[in-house]
Design a protein around this ligand. Structure first.
Ligand SMILES: [Zn+2]
Length: 118
């Protein structure tokens, strides 16, 4: 599979749907975002936000931020095989090529827009 078709497949996924699926549905709508307790650090007040309009997430507590693949990568501790399997189960079949996944992640990281720099 080439990077272009892989990117097109990825574009059908929604960060809010993936976020709810991976982290549970404890999100509360606030303005243009949805927030919940951060799954990546311990806290009492919700500072983990998903912005569906920009398809980004940010935690104002621990500073983690990124886009959809960044979030999936965090949840699966960067395990490419697990990520590919998860994506396949969500209807986004990228085959078993971890190289294409790496390229997608790189592309995402270099794509610029994030909700806020910390
Ligand atoms: Zn956090």
């Amino acid at each position: 599979m080439d990077l272009k078709s892989a990117t097109e497949k990825m574009e059908k996924l929604d960060i809010m749907e993936i976020g709810s699926d991976l982290l549970g549905g404890m999100f509360k709508k606030t303005g243009r975002a949805y927030k919940r307790l951060c799954p990546f650090h311990e806290e009492r007040h919700a500072s983990f936000y998903i912005y569906p309009d920009t398809q980004t997430y940010v935690c104002y507590g621990c500073g983690r931020q990124g886009k959809i693949l960044g979030l999936i990568k965090m949840v699966f501790n960067g395990d490419g095989i697990d990520i590919l399997e998860y994506l396949r189960n969500r209807g986004c079949d990228l085959g078993r090529d971890e190289g294409i996944l790496e390229s997608l992640i790189l592309e995402e990281e270099n794509s610029g827009y994030l909700p806020r720099s910390i």
